[in-house]
Unconditional design. Structure first.
Length: 198
């Protein structure tokens, strides 16, 4: 097993911007670190659960994924558009109880985030299973990847804390830009671009 390429793949996919990371940055900006960590805990548990599902059901998933990918893309795209709207209309003067950055929203986001779902369903069979098939070994790799994902989420929180003053100074502009990033992610994830190219 090429551990270097495995680790590079995990780090690049988890640390680069995606719907969850953009939502984390927005949450830090609008609601603070505590709410962002609540979201991250939910996202991390779902991330680990998806990795576990991939390891346990790999052979079945390879046959099923192509059939459900279109539905998953549509649902994921719609959910990201909903998140984009929530970020656009977010106002720090509102009570945090009315906001949507919760453990549950972080957890659910991972199941409709095509970037995460496709990563978790491919990383174990592509990098691990050709060399290790024992359940204990698969569990160790799933745990290691989950820790990498958690570190990526926390990095986005730290990034948000470091530039929080800038983000607060230009709150509406930042919310619009983050919403547009999510709209772009939704369009790409929905598969519309591929349909147009055909």
């Amino acid at each position: 097993m090429n551990i270097t390429s495995f680790l590079l793949y995990c780090v690049i996919v988890t640390f680069t911007p995606g719907p969850a990371n953009i939502a984390i940055l927005s949450t830090v900006h609008n609601l603070g670190t505590k709410k962002a960590m609540e979201y991250v805990y939910g996202a991390t548990i779902a991330f680990g659960l998806l990795l576990g599902i991939s390891a346990a059901l790999n052979s079945v998933l390879i046959e099923v994924i192509p059939k459900i990918l279109i539905a998953m893309q549509i649902i994921g795209g719609l959910y990201m558009l909903y998140l984009a709207y929530q970020i656009y209309k977010m106002n720090v003067s509102e009570s945090t109880e009315t906001q949507t950055a919760t453990f549950i929203s972080g957890f659910l986001m991972q199941f409709v985030n095509p970037k995460v779902v496709l990563f978790t369903m491919t990383v174990i069979p592509s990098f691990v299973m050709p060399y290790y098939t024992a359940p204990s070994a698969l569990a160790v790799f799933a745990a290691a990847i989950t820790i990498i994902g958690f570190c990526a989420f926390v990095t986005w929180i730290l990034f948000g804390v470091m530039i929080k003053e800038f983000l607060q100074k230009y709150q509406k502009t930042v919310n619009i830009v983050m919403s547009l990033f999510l709209v772009y992610s939704a369009i790409v994830a929905s598969g519309v671009v591929e349909l147009i190219k055909r």
